[in-house]
Design a protein. Structure first.
Lengths: 112, 114
């Protein structure tokens, strides 16, 4: 069974401080991992995926297979980063089709 | 290109009733997934449909069911509503549903069971 754990429900940081949103996963194969973000009153949307190895809005995430983690990081938090962040894993579902499992989410609050 | 559209946006139902929620995916997308979002549980996967067939199913009771039509539009039905079914129900579509493609979410339907 695949599982995604986001241990923090709420993370408060000051503007300009570094941010690290934690995500740990459990999956026996090679997972595809994503971070989704939901800004206030907006739809849930993709922020980044590990396969792209890209930096979006200053955020990066590295897949660490040894620690089964995919933490989201940003060196300097901005007020507009305040949002709900979900880590997601895509892995084997029934019948060989991939299934996406989301974590419970972490609310990031950037204090001015 | 129009985004994922969910109707209705808000719904209030009484315990024991049933409800049907609708999702119109982005044009050309054949995969539709449904999620239940609650403050305590986060996003929980309900099921996924692709070309009118249910491909994956989450751990929800049989009261939760869905279907997909030939035009990829999907409906979700909850029968014998319980207070605990109150949640935001999100629909997401993707072109093929393979795991490494982006899922596009709708605004959701806020269901309140009283």
């Amino acid at each position: 069974a695949q599982r995604v754990t986001q241990p923090e429900k709420l993370l408060s940081v000051f503007k300009g401080a570094p941010v690290e949103l934690k995500c740990n996963y459990s999956y026996s194969g090679s997972p595809e991992l994503f971070w989704y973000v939901q800004y206030s009153r907006q739809r849930l949307q993709l922020l980044l995926r590990h396969i792209s190895r890209e930096s979006i809005k200053g955020f990066t995430a590295d897949l660490n297979k040894g620690e089964t983690s995919f933490h989201l990081k940003k060196p300097f938090a901005q007020e507009e980063d305040s949002a709900m962040y979900y880590c997601a894993l895509s892995g084997g579902g029934s019948g060989g089709y991939q299934k996406v499992t989301f974590g419970t989410g972490t609310k990031l609050q950037v204090i001015p | 290109k129009a985004g994922v559209t969910q109707t209705p946006r808000y719904l209030i139902k009484t315990r024991g009733q049933q409800v049907t929620l609708s999702c119109s995916p982005i044009s050309g997308h054949r995969s539709v997934s449904w999620y239940q979002q609650t403050p305590g549980q986060g996003l929980q996967f309900l099921f996924e449909y692709f070309s009118e067939t249910q491909r994956n199913k989450g751990n929800f009771p049989g009261r939760f069911s869905g279907r997909q039509f030939s035009n990829s539009r999907s409906e979700m039905n909850v029968s014998t509503l319980e207070l605990g079914d109150s949640a935001l129900y999100l629909c997401a579509s993707s072109p093929s549903g393979t795991g490494n493609t982006e899922a596009f979410f709708g605004q959701g339907t806020r269901l309140t069971v009283v």
